[in-house]
Design a protein around this ligand. Structure first.
Ligand code: ATP
Ligand code: MG
Length: 553
C-alpha cells in the first residue's frame, strides 16, 4: 500500500512522543452544548478521534458547558447522537466541564496564592478602557496589587453570592503591556447569578473560556489539544494558565484551519436563525449541513469520513465545494443501494397490443456493480407510468426517448414503439400509446436492431404512490450566502415536493433511513420524520450526475 504523507499535526505528535514530552496520545472533542453539530464539527471530531486511534491513544467527548445562558440538555443529547453516529467512540470517556467547577475554583485560589490573580472592582466597560489597543499598552487595574489575603477573602465572597452580577471579577495577573491582548490580565471568573443545566444554582460565579479550557484539558490529561486557527492568539494564555496552575505534563495546543463550504450555511448562529424563522423545519432539515440534517437527507457516516479525509488537514484557511461532499455520498451509495424504478412526474403509457388483464414477472438485477444485492422480479402489464419528460410530441434533435414513430427500450422489459398520445381539452397529454415487440423481452431477439433510449417505468395499477422531495441549496447562489444586513439570501425554490410519484410496490415497506437509487433520478432516502410504516416519504440525497472530479495525485 502507498504510504500516506503525514499531516503537520502528526509530525508534531511524532516529535513529542520521540522527545518523551508525552508517553501517549489523548485528544478530545469539546463542543459547547449550544446548538447542533455541523459538517465543520465532523472534521474536528474525526480528526481528533482518528489521531487517538492512530496512536493507540484515547479520545474524550467533553461538553464545554461553562456558560449557562446558552446551553441546553437538548443539545447535549443531539451532540452525543451525532458523534456516535459519525463513528467516533468515546467509550466511557464522556465528561462535562461543569463537573470540574470545584477544581477550577481551587485552581483560581492557587493562582491567587501565588500572587497571579486578583479581584477587580472595575466594570466591564472600564476593563475594556484600561485594556489599551493594539498600538497602545493597557493600564494597570487599581486593584492589581491587592494583597493575597484580601483577594482570597473577596474571591470567596464572590463565590458566596455577596456581589451582584458584574460587580467583581477575578483577573489573572499577566502583563498589561503585552502586544497580545489576550495576555492583558484576562478576566478568569465573573459573577453571574444563573441556573446551570448541570450544577443548578450551586454557583453564582462562572469561569471564562480562556481559563476554563486549558484546565479542562489538563485535568483530563489531554496531550494534544487540537483547535481551530482563531485560537492561535490564545495559545500564550493557554500555556500561561497550565504552567502557573502547575501541571506536570501540560497539554499542548495545536491549531488547524476550519472547514468552510462554498455557498453553504455552517455557522451555528445562522442555522439557528433559519430554524427560529421557520425557514427550515428544524435543526435536522435535510437542506442543512448539520450532522442531523445530513443524516436525515441520507448521508452515511462513511461518506462524511471520506469527505473529511479528502479535505485533509491544513494550517491555511480554504473553502471546498459542496460537489465534493456530494461526490462522496454518490461513491458510497453507488455500491450499497438497490437500483429501482420510480416515476416522479408520471404520465400513462398504454401498450395497445399487450393483452388486457395480462401480467408477467420480469427479472431485474438489483445492482450490476454489486452482485451481493441479488435480483428481484418486477410486474409488467399493459398500462404503465413513465416520466412525463420521456415523451415529446415534437422532439428536438438528439431526443432519443418516446416520440411518434420512435422505438425505445423499457428497462428490464421490451422494446416499444410510440404510436401517438391522448390529450385533454386543454391540450395536455393524458396518455402515451405504443406497441411492443414480444420478441425483444429482456435483451433477447433484437440482434442488429438498435434503440438509442432506455426509459424506466412502473406498472400503473400496482405501483405505490408516494411523495418524493427534491432539494436545492437553501442559499440563493446567485446572490451569495449573506445580504448586506448579514442575513441569509434564502432560495425560495430549495424544496420541491413531488406528491404523485409512483414507485415499485415493495418500496411501500421501506424503512426509515433505507436508501435506493431511483434510476435516472438520483439517490433517495426514507425520511425519518415524516414517514410512517407503510407510508415512506423519499428525500433525494443527491442526483446521479456530478461535475466533481477527484484531484489526481
Ligand atoms: P461557537 O463557539 O460559535 O458556538 P463553534 O462552531 O466553534 O461555535 P464549538 O462547540 O465551540 O462550536 O466547537 C467545537 C469544536 O469544533 C471546536 O474545537 C471548534 O474549533 C471545532 N469547529 C467548529 N467549527 C469548525 C469547522 N468549521 N471546521 C473545523 N472545526 C470546527
Ligand atoms: Mg467555539
Amino acid at each position: 500500500m502507498e504510504e500516506k504523507s503525514r499531516n503537520f499535526i502528526e509530525i508534531e505528535i511524532d516529535k513529542d512522543l520521540e522527545n518523551g514530552v508525552y508517553d501517549s496520545v489523548m485528544t478530545r472533542f469539546p463542543p459547547e452544548p449550544n446548538g447542533y453539530l455541523h459538517i465543520g464539527h465532523a472534521k474536528s471530531i474525526l480528526l481528533n478521534y482518528g489521531l487517538a486511534k492512530e496512536y493507540n491513544g484515547k479520545f474524550n467527548l467533553r461538553f464545554d458547558d461553562t456558560n449557562p445562558t446558552k446551553e441546553k440538555t437538548e443539545f447535549v443529547d443531539s451532540i452525543k447522537e451525532d458523534v456516535a453516529w459519525l463513528g467516533a467512540d468515546w467509550e466511557d470517556r464522556l465528561y462535562f466541564a461543569s463537573d470540574y467547577f470545584d477544581r477550577m475554583y481551587d485552581a483560581a485560589v492557587t493562582l491567587i496564592k501565588k500572587g497571579k490573580a486578583y479581584v477587580s472592582e472595575l466594570s466591564a466597560d472600564q476593563i475594556k478602557q484600561y485594556r489599551g489597543t493594539l498600538t497602545e499598552p493597557g493600564k494597570n487595574d487599581p486593584d492589581r496589587d491587592r494583597p493575597v489575603e484580601e483577594n482570597l477573602k473577596l474571591f470567596e465572597d464572590m463565590k458566596n453570592g455577596r456581589f451582584k452580577d458584574g460587580e467583581r471579577t477575578l483577573r489573572a495577573k499577566v502583563d498589561m503591556a503585552s502586544p497580545n491582548m489576550n495576555m492583558r490580565d484576562p478576566v478568569i471568573y465573573r459573577v453571574a447569578h444563573l441556573t446551570h443545566h448541570n450544577t443548578g444554582d450551586k454557583w453564582c460565579i462562572y469561569p471564562m473560556y480562556d481559563f476554563a479550557h486549558p484546565l479542562e484539558d489538563a485535568f483530563e490529561g489531554i496531550s494534544h489539544s487540537i483547535c481551530t486557527l482563531e485560537f492561535e492568539d490564545h495559545r500564550p494564555i493557554y500555556n500561561w494558565f497550565v504552567e502557573n496552575v502547575g501541571f506536570e505534563k501540560p497539554p499542548r495546543q495545536i491549531e488547524f484551519a476550519k472547514l468552510y463550504l462554498n455557498n453553504v450555511v455552517t455557522g451555528k448562529r445562522y442555522i439557528k436563525k433559519l430554524v427560529e424563522d421557520g425557514i427550515v423545519d428544524g435543526w435536522d432539515d435535510p437542506r442543512l449541513v448539520s450532522i442531523a440534517g445530513l443524516r436525515r437527507r441520507g448521508y452515511t457516516p462513511e461518506s462524511i469520513q471520506k469527505f473529511v479525509e479528502l479535505c485533509g488537514v491544513s494550517k491555511a484557511n480554504s473553502t471546498v465545494e459542496m460537489d465534493m461532499l456530494e461526490y462522496c455520498i454518490r461513491e458510497d451509495l453507488k455500491h450499497k443501494d438497490k437500483r429501482v424504478m420510480a416515476v416522479l412526474d408520471p404520465v400513462k403509457l398504454i401498450i395497445d397490443n399487450y393483452p388486457e388483464g395480462q401480467t408477467e414477472l420480469l427479472d431485474a438485477v438489483n445492482n450490476p456493480e454489486n452482485e451481493a444485492l441479488g435480483s428481484r422480479q418486477i410486474e409488467f402489464g399493459r398500462e404503465l407510468y413513465i416520466e412525463r419528460e420521456d415523451f415529446m410530441e415534437e422532439p428536438p434533435k438528439k431526443y432519443f426517448r418516446l416520440f411518434p414513430g420512435n422505438e425505445v427500450r423499457l428497462m428490464h422489459a421490451y422494446f416499444v414503439k410510440c404510436v401517438g398520445c391522448d390529450k385533454d381539452e386543454n391540450g395536455n397529454i393524458t396518455a402515451v400509446h405504443c406497441t411492443y415487440d414480444p420478441e425483444t423481452k429482456q435483451g433477447t431477439g433484437f440482434e442488429g436492431r438498435k434503440v438509442k433510449g432506455t426509459i424506466h417505468w412502473v406498472k400503473a395499477d400496482t405501483a405505490f404512490k408516494c411523495t418524493a422531495r427534491l432539494y436545492e441549496n437553501i442559499v440563493d447562489e446567485e446572490k451569495g450566502v449573506y445580504n448586506e444586513n448579514g442575513e441569509i439570501n434564502v432560495n425560495p425554490g430549495s424544496l420541491k415536493e413531488m406528491k404523485d410519484c409512483y414507485v415499485e410496490p415493495w418500496l411501500k415497506d421501506a424503512k426509515v433511513y433505507d436508501s435506493f437509487q431511483f434510476v435516472r433520478n438520483g439517490f433517495f432516502c426514507v425520511d425519518s420524520r415524516d414517514s410512517a410504516p407503510g407510508a415512506p416519504v423519499f428525500n433525494r440525497v443527491v442526483s446521479l450526475k456530478s461535475s466533481f472530479k477527484l484531484p489526481v495525485g
